[in-house]
Design a protein. Structure first.
Length: 139
């Protein structure tokens, strides 16, 4: 992940390979798994929210080496440039994030509500999230 200042120094074609974190953060999709000890969740949630105030501004570029959803026992094939979801409706949010919530004992709706107040929405650079813009334009 890089800051907007670093992101803006990249060539335009390179910037198109990076994604924003605004939707991930403000929707409650992005979490920092925390301790499960009684009473620790409230303190952790405050720390997580403070961190999300920083992450919401950052741009990311990620390569996946292992396609675990395919069931491969080892990382096979070429690394794949991935992106992140940038708006509701790009996947079954309630199912996928709801499943994650059950596994980690968190609630994205609570995180979303807290972050709507606590984490201001920054302006996203026009070159970011190009993969989704390209997909939308080809439909």
């Amino acid at each position: 992940m890089v800051t907007p200042k670093v992101y803006e120094t990249l060539p335009a074609e390179e910037r198109k390979l990076w994604h924003s974190h605004v939707f991930e953060v403000r929707s409650g999709m992005l979490i920092m798994p925390g301790p499960t000890a009684p009473g620790a969740q409230q303190v952790w949630e405050a720390a997580e929210t403070a961190e999300m105030k920083e992450v919401v501004h950052l741009y990311g570029k990620v390569y996946h080496l292992w396609q675990t959803d395919r069931g491969d026992a080892l990382p096979l094939g070429e690394p794949k440039l991935m992106t992140s979801f940038t708006e509701a409706g790009q996947f079954d949010f309630d199912k996928v994030v709801g499943d994650r919530d059950r596994r980690f004992g968190v609630d994205y709706k609570r995180k979303r509500d807290i972050r709507q107040e606590a984490v201001p929405e920054p302006k996203i650079h026009e070159d970011a999230d190009h993969a989704w813009k390209q997909r939308r334009n080809s439909m």
